[in-house]
Design a protein around this ligand. Structure first.
Ligand code: HCA
Ligand code: CU
Length: 438
């Protein structure tokens, strides 16, 4: 909801009744073949691991606990934590979060070696996410290990972890720039060794949905275990790639709140919810507490101060303090995500919100806002506001006052309060005129 308009949402009670589906004749139906998991996927939430790699992130213990509890309440399946070998505090915080008794399974993310695996087990996690770079870039310029060495170590570490009774996932960094034959043989071997999941990661954010579909589909034919996917957003494809991965048979998607992570981060939890609530509404609405999304995002955004101070000042000045730290055009929770402005849009929205909305804001505990304070405002939207304010006006009068609003909005930006004053004084003048004539 727009800030200037808190509490003034033009919700005329038709939201709930709106039927939100594609016209029967549309060729663009979502693909639900035997491979697809769009109706049945799990979230591995990595705000407390990948998110800690975000440039601005510093989570103290209390903040980590608050984020873990909020994620758990929202309904994510897994919470992934920073490696316990990263620092003493990381180890202790991991132990603490494991002891909270959350419904979500707790994972930690470690390099594929015995020392890290042992530290992970010592924290009491439910599962361990193993990772090693397999692309020629990383093998040559990062760890310097051969594929044979990677496979041998992986099997040893997996066997150790299985013996300890924890869930195991094996993933390769930079999967999309790794040799396909190498990658598939490695995954076949770790699958045979009994991992619960293999993971593929677009570490540099260079993959397209088509590349993702092809790789996941190929992998689906090679391994029996679940398939987790991890997409960086350097080229803006992270949500689309996650969707393509599910269509191709992936079972788990990595997310972080607001997408925070290394560089510009990974698939954002909220944007994925927006995508999937449209693709698989029953599944998403029954599984995740969508109404808690905004509070969760505010919690994380505040913890990392996503908006720089100067911008923050401007935001507070212009918009609601509630949305100050969430990017303005964020799916669902951005301040203008459900704001309708052009007269043509406003008119249709007031008749049926599905005309210009693919998502129902009420599913997320939010409201739409129909802007009536600009030069592109139409009289239908103004009429709806007039009715809300309880001012009696004929259609001709509404058209006249709309012309006044547009005239003023041509000169300067108007806030909702300005527009309401124009409506009220115009109404008062009309009433006085009638009285004077009596
Ligand atoms: C990194 C590691 C990782 C790991 C992903 C995974 C990546 O920070 O480089 O474990 O699947 O993007 O490759 O986040
Ligand atoms: Cu990553």
């Amino acid at each position: 909801m727009c800030a200037g308009c808190s509490g003034n949402s033009t919700d005329n009670g038709i939201n709930g009744g709106a039927v939100r589906h594609r016209p029967a004749s549309s060729p663009y139906q979502s693909v639900t073949d035997y491979l697809s998991n769009v109706n049945n996927f799990k979230i591995i939430e990595s705000t407390l691991r990948e998110g800690e790699q975000f440039a601005n992130a510093f989570f103290d213990t209390q903040t980590k606990v608050a984020i873990a509890q909020a994620l758990d309440s929202f309904g994510v399946d897994y919470i992934e934590l920073t490696s316990p070998v990263a620092s003493e505090k990381s180890f202790k915080d991991c132990q603490l979060i494991c002891s909270l008794g959350l419904k979500a399974k707790i994972l930690t993310h470690v390099r594929c070696n015995m020392e890290d695996a042992k530290a992970a087990v010592a924290t009491g996690v439910d599962g361990v996410d193993l990772v090693i770079g397999t692309s020629s870039f990383l093998r040559e310029f990062s760890h310097g290990k051969s594929m044979e060495y990677i496979q041998k170590t992986a099997i040893e570490v997996i066997e150790y972890l299985k013996g300890e009774g924890v869930e195991v996932r094996f993933s390769s960094e930079d999967s999309f720039r790794s040799d396909l034959v190498d990658l598939l043989s490695l995954y076949k071997a770790v699958d045979a060794a009994g991992v619960q999941r293999v993971g593929i990661a677009d570490t540099v954010g260079g993959a397209t949905p088509r590349m993702v579909y092809d790789l996941v589909r190929t992998l689906r034919g090679v391994v029996h275990c679940d398939i987790e996917t991890h997409f960086h957003d350097d080229t803006g494809c992270a949500v689309a790639n996650a969707h393509a991965a599910l269509e191709a048979g992936a079972t788990h998607i990595d997310t972080s709140v607001l997408g925070i992570g290394e560089r510009n981060g990974i698939t954002p939890l909220g944007a994925l919810m927006a995508r999937m609530v449209v693709t698989a509404p029953e599944y998403v609405k029954s599984k995740y507490k969508l109404r808690e999304l905004k509070a969760l995002e505010v919690l994380v955004a505040d913890a990392v101060q996503i908006v720089r101070r100067a911008e923050l000042f401007l935001f507070v000045l212009l918009f609601s303090p509630l949305s100050q730290n969430i990017p303005f055009n964020n799916p669902v929770t951005g301040f203008c995500a459900f704001t309708h402005k052009a007269g043509i849009h406003a008119k249709a929205i007031l008749n049926n919100p599905s005309t210009y909305e693919i998502i129902n804001p009420e599913d997320f505990g939010l409201s739409r806002y129909v802007s009536i304070s600009s030069r592109i405002t139409g009289w239908n939207a103004v009429k709806s506001r007039v009715d809300q304010l309880g001012l009696e006006m004929t259609d001709d009068q509404v058209k006249e006052v709309t012309a006044k609003i547009k005239q003023l909005a041509d000169i300067r930006p108007l806030a909702i309060d300005d527009t309401d004053s124009i409506l009220r004084s115009f109404h008062a003048e009309q009433v006085e005129g009638v009285m004077a004539r009596l």
